[in-house]
Write a protein that binds this ligand. Sequence first.
Ligand code: CP
Ligand code: NVA
Length: 301
Amino acid sequence: MTQHFLTLMDLDKATLNTLISRAIELKAIQKSEEIFEPLKNKVLGMIFDKSSTRTRVSFETGMVQFGGHAIFLSPRDTQFGRGEPVEDSARVLSRMVDCIMVRTFDHEMLETFAEYSNVPVINALTDMYHPCQLLADMQTYFEHRGDITGKTVTYIGDGNNMCHSYMNAARQYGFTLNIAVPEGYDPDANLLKETKDCVNIFRSPEEAATGADMITTDVWASMGQEEEQAIREKAFAGFQVNDKVMGLANKDAIFMHCLPAHREEEVSASVIDGPQSVVWDQAENRLHAQKALLELLMTKK
Ligand code: CP
Ligand code: NVA
């Protein structure tokens, strides 16, 4: 069976932890300027139905550093954008490339794509999940504070793809997740049921942040929700991560944001640009964590 990475549940806990340590090793290899090319002549196809800076550059750079190549595919100039069936696109592409990364809207579409692909498929963000971001976030926590098992992470904001991936991370990496979310923007109800042992829902960011080891947030309006921006700004008023909220967390708590960020909306400039913020390390780790993932999926015998 082809090993895909559509959510954090596709790998077992031990493998997810190995990915963190391998990402740290690969980071050291790259910093030492040692050439390491386990994916020579291998090709990653990258389908982007939504915009991206970090995801595109980290996957493309990772493939080049590994001695391989990446092809950027946009709906504007491929047949996907003209309605070629997902099943056909998956079958065709997977006969040519060695791994396929997809950023799209509908998670079910990604599942269909993976079903028809003979090569590993990686979720590079859907409306439902963003698992690659979590690999980088878990690496970043480990580098700054060590093992996350038993810690408390607070997510403040929309019950969106990032929130859902944090819920999966909580059960896979063994931490408690406090989610502060305004009514009407709750995460997926089924996922809440599945993760109820490690996830708590709050309506007050202050309560959720109390005693946290890490605080994270995400934009109030995700890609595809741009026209809801004004409504969401009202709904999420009071759910900003600012100095008051950070002050309720543990003294050595760190702040993360997957980026792009909207300063003075979901996070104050004082927090994201302040001493507890590790967002630039977090962004860089997209490269290293995804290289560990590519190595795992593409060199697996
Ligand atoms: N965090 C993240 O996935 O960023 P991009 O949208 O720039 O890829
Ligand atoms: N929730 C955001 C994450 C961006 C990386 C979005 O889907 O737009």
